[in-house]
Design a protein around this ligand. Sequence first.
Ligand SMILES: Nc1nc2c(ncn2[C@@H]2O[C@H](COP(=O)(O)OP(=O)(O)O)[C@@H](O)[C@H]2O)c(=O)[nH]1
Ligand SMILES: [Mg+2]
Length: 468
Amino acid sequence: MTREVERRLAEQIHAIQRELLDPVAARTLFTRPLRDREIAGEPMVLVLGNHSSGKSSFINFLLGAPVQKTGLAPTDDSFTILRYSARQEDRDGAAVVTDPELGFDGLAHFGPALVKRLRLKGRPLQALERVTLIDSPGMIDSPGSSPERSDRGYDFTGAVRWFAQRADLILLFFDPDKPGTTGETLGVLTRALYDFEHKLLILFNKVDQFRSLSDFARAYGALCWNLGKVLATKDLPMIYTTFVPVPEAAEPWAFAERFAATRDEVVREVLRTPQRHLDNLVTELGVRAEALHMYAAVLDAAVRRARRFRLGVFGAWSAVSALMSAGLWWAWQSASLGPRGLAIAALCALAFAVGGFLLARWLVRERAAFLPYELDELFEQVHAAELTTRERATDLRARWQTIRPRIEQVLEQPGAFALRPVRRRELRPIEAVARERVRELRAWLHGRARDEQGTSPAAAPQPIAATG
Ligand SMILES: Nc1nc2c(ncn2[C@@H]2O[C@H](COP(=O)(O)OP(=O)(O)O)[C@@H](O)[C@H]2O)c(=O)[nH]1
Ligand SMILES: [Mg+2]
């Protein structure tokens, strides 16, 4: 697909973001919107997997050149960005994160330990012209290593998630030696790749190492079993059984040649990344709109609940104070208390009013502090209708888990009373983005793809206005 289509799509997504999502996101303190360059970034493939599962060899195979070092020892502990460059150039991590043009400056906040393990290789290779590849440090699959207690000196899972979020395709490698998913792999699968299942391709690599079909079946079964435990999806995803011919390998298993076709399929998927990129831009817009909608709706319910309580408490306080004033006035008018009695009554009333005010303020504050504990209930209440449809319920609950912490944060600081309630009028267009706009954009995109293949007359694309 042409750059022109890409440019127009990015433009439309920008407009929708800017006009419909960003104002509400800013007001409700939702996490920052994706920056322009992130939307218009290059198509990217992230390669993950155990160490020596064949990631680098596969990349070299794709590139048709020995760009990455390969070997059995876990020597490469770096993230390597492989991108097109008219002349060969190598840059270290510091040079990568300080050049905002490259779009990797966000990695700086993972700290110097990661930056030291980041590098960029620019190569004049045709395979890189439309796609950037990210080779990653092998995951260490020992039962003793846990993702929380990573010895890497930086948040490995977080860094993987950073790349995964921007990637259009994620290749996850397993090999016959370690078809199990423990340690880092488990953490990465469940936390770093959460919500990105749609761009995940699982590879069972190095299958030429097997000696018999029964060995293969046993290992394949183990892989499925382990994946089933950590993947959130209902169905087992497609597993691509592959291998790459490497010179130092032993005589390959005769059966392996049959898997060469699967390898070609993976290669085709990688070559298709630019198209996927456009699709993903649309998908992400939808995901972001849905997340913002859920966030704003639940936060708003909490804010309204706190405000209602405040109104009730101060309303009661005002009513009692008014009654007391009226009583005093009546006593003064009818002179039934005498000057001394009246003064005492007035003092009591004043003390009561001040004390009542302080009590009311304390109650309101305590009530607001309790809100974070009611979020699950508010979520269920706000989404009651959607939660009755079973298919959607699991999705909604899973999304809720990712959004809840941010709401808790905002309720703590700046707090419920610092936020203005969101109007239904503002939420409706966000819902429309998640539902109709995304569908329209996708239809437009597919229309363009068909036009370019020449199977349908080149109709003028329907411009999609951003305001709703
Ligand atoms: N038999 C066989 N060996 C492979 C295959 N892919 C990689 N290797 C070997 O496995 C070792 C580790 O490969 P490498 O690409 O460095 O793995 P990485 O750590 O995941 O990047 C190297 O010695 C490769 O030659 C494969 O498909 N089949
Ligand atoms: Mg490697």
